[in-house]
Design a protein around this ligand. Sequence first.
Ligand code: NAI
Length: 468
Amino acid sequence: MEYQVKDITLADFGRKEIEIAEQEMPGLMATRAKYGPQQPLKGVKIMGSLHMTIQTAVLIETLKALGADVRWASCNIFSTQDHAAAAIAADGVPVFAWKGETLEEYWECTYRALTWPDGSGPDQIVDDGGDATLLIHRGVKAEDNPAILDEPTDVLELQIINNLLKKVLREDAQHWHKVAAKVKGVSEETTTGVHRLIQMQERGELLFPAINVNDSVTKSKFDNIYGCRHSLTDGIKRALDVMLSGKTVMVCGYGDVGKGCAEALHNERARVMVSEVDPICALQACMAGFQVCTVEDALPYADLYVTTTGNCRIITVEHMAKMKDQAIVCNIGHFDDEIEVAKLEAYPGIKKVEIKGSFCPVSRFTFPDGHSIYLLAEGRLVNLGCATGHPSFVMSNSFTNQTLAQIDIARHSDRKVGVYLIEKKLDEEVARLHLEKLGAKLTKLTQEQADYIGVPVDGPFKSDSYRY
Ligand code: NAI
């Protein structure tokens, strides 16, 4: 059997947790029941690069139930739940993921998940953050111009990717061209991955069609907001058992994730400050009762900093050098460049102590002036690095969108290269599948009412410009 997990004996524990999760994932289970008999993914090779959690296990088993041939890797070195990976491996899925991978191992796992035993690549990809898509695109570029792999870079991760690509290039000079030509499409889970896809499309570099799952309303307005509202404080509490009430906190970014995080901290009765660059989001934060100011303004007061921007260099090493003693710094945005971790590690005279192992990474950095700060999950997603990510119910919304996107790619394999949304009717359907579980009862429009507001009786109920 082909897999690499931390401990296969955790499979029974993982299976029990998967059974609990299934009860909380009505959208995925209904999708299995509806599409299972049709087998819309029969024989389709699907590679996933998405946090290998219990909830993802239910997604993987849904794709399998629809006929897919699945291989999986995680999209973050700390986010795998080892019992989930073990259960999936024991179920016969080649999965390459464990909590606490090195970056070299991470990219090797991504490569192995992308490579079927006969050397071929996937027909379709489920991506989260765009790393599988990036590896294929950089591989193609490198085959066209191998010199790019020798361009000097001080970005460690790029050096690792380049080394991996050199190895593959030596074995087959056309490997990534063949892989890219075979891919019918990718469905992208998160805001940051969608940004990458749109940038590639604008540069004319995108090699296959993509479905933007993130911007389904039932994804970004639920997972990003309510998921983070649940799992941010879970991560902080598991990391440091710290009392949040009464603390002064700075939430950087007030988009969907920032809104969920600020609300969670407000619910803990922390005093919440928000930083924003977008005046609309800043005004929304004011309306929610939060003080809007800059990170610099917050430095004398804040006990906790949370970055939620999907942008880089939000908390700089100069900021951390001026923070209060015992300040906590963490990130819930997709990549680890929101906080200047490498510069913090290299700060002259800094002392680092690792408090917990990779099961819940927490480090204390003491500056030469004697003040210390705590960095959670090494600046990577705190909710998945220090806790177990979002709960099943909200992920059922996200992953029902993922499953519908995968069916859609399989059905429209000749689509033009571009970045597409899931149609609104399906978005509404995803929500509908989750209502019964919560005991909600929908009102039905009369024909007269439908005509009056100008929508079909059965939806879609809103125009594309409606913002929810
Ligand atoms: P968004 O685009 O809705 O929000 C980001 C906000 O940050 C925007 O309002 C933007 O104006 C603001 N921003 C950008 N630069 C800034 C700066 N220098 N200072 C202050 N604010 C700034 O994006 P969304 O959906 O909230 O996602 C944010 C990040 O979280 C992305 O990386 C996304 O992939 C990730 N994400 C993580 C999840 C998790 O479970 N940890 C779940 C969902 C998304």
